[in-house]
Design a protein around this ligand. Structure first.
Ligand SMILES: Cc1ncc(C[n+]2csc(CCOP(=O)(O)OP(=O)(O)O)c2C)c(N)n1
Ligand SMILES: [Mg+2]
Length: 521
């Protein structure tokens, strides 16, 4: 027994509290409501203590998805969600979620167990309040707290524990007045101004201010993928339908919490005028001037009529546009749309509308596949807790679904009425139909002859849902799609998965696909 343990045990009759209970209480004090993770030695006690403390513990099937879920809680609530993992492999799996949270600037706390601590590492717990603060102050992101095993089971006198006060919400910082005046002048003199609304604006809950600016100054706006809904997509000033033209001809662009990364083609020609003036509004000083020298920086706290000829196409199998057109027709205005995939996500984004801020969650800045089910679970838990009756529609490519498909069991276990749409083209970007697949196999083993983008054709992903008691549909026609979606929306108590078979070679317009292959990895 270590010196510290002996000291703690000799406290006699005094009320004892375990390290795990101290951690749980500290989290509760910091307003943590949700903990996602997978338990093991030595963190099981932390999860048990957290539940006793009234923190909801959601046991997931992969630390990666758990971490994605926790980070989405952070984005949706402004207080960090917690991901609990075992050391070593658990933490390694969580790394994807931590990197994604950092890239998305979403607050997150990952708590991992480790081996017995030495005296020197006792500082870990004392640093804990700083973890909460650094996850939400400045640019939000992921924090990792390592809890030594003997700390979890150590008994200490309850009166000897001092909890830090609940960390204050982040202070609101304002930009320099002179910079504001300069920005106003640049916008006033602009011939073709454009506002780009990023998820930073969504996280900052800036919808009211930005709407006033758009309407009073009659400014056109363009949302980035998760900036969608800050101002509704059907607002008359939304120029998303002419995204390329808007970017190409603007002479002044105001970035509200949006970064000039690959999603915005790095802010460089030929996508932009060489002399376009950027006004960057961002919470993170390090972001200012990234790729393009901005005209003004403000440090402090947005489809061509959707290819109707394609949407109205009656031939089978269906294509992406037909699918999304029929989905859009039935989507409740207040639903959460979660989406991931390549074509599935990109084309879906142009057709599926958002009307509310923070109601779209997708592969995000990192373009990470596998985040969807975790995000959907987080959104559904919040909708349930808030009693809003809002539905969560999770639009997944068949490959994207595979990254965390087993979370369907989690969805069924917690009985979350999520509607999963798997847009199935038998592959990544594209695949083979059954006959081509069989024909191909005559030429050799799949490992040598199958294109790496191919997945097994006609996979019955809906059976993953029926395996756990939810409803599964295998649909091949617009009528079947409409009917299954209507039934799924009508059932507010159970989850469902609609496996939508589309043309395996169905893709976007040639020009867009060309861009995709050039700019994306
Ligand atoms: C973690 C991770 N691994 C791999 C990739 C590379 N990748 C990008 S999109 C994608 C899947 C696209 O296929 P699918 O989800 O079926 O959508 P589709 O384009 O076929 O509609 C993959 C594997 C990634 N973005 N993230
Ligand atoms: Mg696919």
């Amino acid at each position: 027994m270590s010196e510290t343990n002996r000291a703690a045990c000799s406290d006699g009759d005094e009320e004892q509290v375990s390290g795990a209970e101290v951690i749980a209480q500290a989290l509760k004090t910091q307003d943590v409501e949700y903990m996602f993770g997978i338990v093991g030695i030595p963190v099981t006690e932390i999860a048990v203590a957290a539940q006793k403390m009234g923190i909801r513990y959601v046991g997931m099937r992969n630390e990666q998805a758990a971490c994605y879920a926790a980070s989405a809680i952070g984005y949706l609530t402004g207080r960090p969600g917690v991901c609990l993992v075992v050391s070593g492999p658990g933490l390694i799996h969580a790394l994807g979620g931590m990197a994604n949270a950092n890239m998305n600037c979403w607050p997150l706390i990952v708590i991992g167990g480790s081996s017995e601590r030495s005296q020197e590492t006792m500082g870990a717990f004392q640093e804990f309040p700083q973890a909460v603060r650094s996850s939400i102050y400045g640019r939000p992101g992921a924090c990792y707290v390592d809890i030594p095993a003997d700390f979890v089971n150590l008994q200490v006198n309850v009166n000897s524990v001092r909890y830090m006060e609940c960390c204050m919400p982040p202070p609101v910082s304002m930009a320099e007045t002179s910079a504001i005046c300069m920005a106003a002048t640049v916008i006033r003199n602009a011939k073709k101004p454009l506002l780009i609304i990023g998820k930073g604006a969504a996280y900052a809950r800036a919808e009211e201010g930005i709407r006033k600016l758009v309407e009073r100054c009659k400014l056109p706006f363009l949302p980035t993928p998760m900036g969608k809904g800050v101002i509704p997509d059907n607002h008359p000033n939304c120029v998303a339908a002419a995204r390329s033209r808007a970017l190409q001809f603007a002479d002044v662009i105001v970035l509200f919490g949006a970064r000039l990364n690959w999603i915005l083609h790095f802010g460089l020609p030929p996508r932009y005028q060489p002399d376009v003036k950027f006004i960057q509004v961002d919470i993170c000083a390090e972001e200012l001037g990234n790729n393009v020298k901005p005209a003004v920086t403000l440090l402090g706290d947005i489809n061509a009529v959707t290819k109707q000829e394609l949407a109205s196409q009656k031939s089978l199998p269906m294509n992406y546009y037909t699918v999304f057109y029929h989905v859009q027709e039935q989507l409740p205005r207040d639903c959460f749309v979660v989406s991931e995939g390549a074509n599935t996500m990109d084309i879906g984004r142009t057709v599926l509308q958002n009307y509310l801020p923070r109601h779209r969650l997708d592969a995000g800045t990192f373009g990470t596949m596998g985040v969807g089910l975790g995000f959907a679970i987080a959104a559904a838990l919040l909708a349930k807790a808030r009693n809003t009756g809002q539905r969560v529609i999770c639009v997944e490519g068949d490959s994207a679904f595979g990254f965390s498909g087993m979370e369907v069991e989690t969805i069924c276990r917690y009985n979350l009425p999520i509607i999963l749409l798997v847009v199935n083209n038998n592959g990544i970007y594209q695949g083979f139909d059954v006959d081509s697949w069989k024909e191909m196999l005559k030429f050799g083993d799949a490992t040598t002859v199958a294109p790496p983008v191919c997945l097994l054709p006609n996979s019955h992903y809906e059976q993953v849902m029926t395996a756990f008691g939810g409803k599964g549909y295998f649909v091949q026609t617009p009528e079947e799609l409409q009917k299954s979606l209507r039934e799924s929306l009508a059932d507010t108590t159970a989850p469902s998965l609609i496996n939508i078979m589309i043309e395996p070679q169905a893709t976007r317009k040639a020009q867009d696909f060309h861009w995709l292959t050039r700019s994306k990895v």
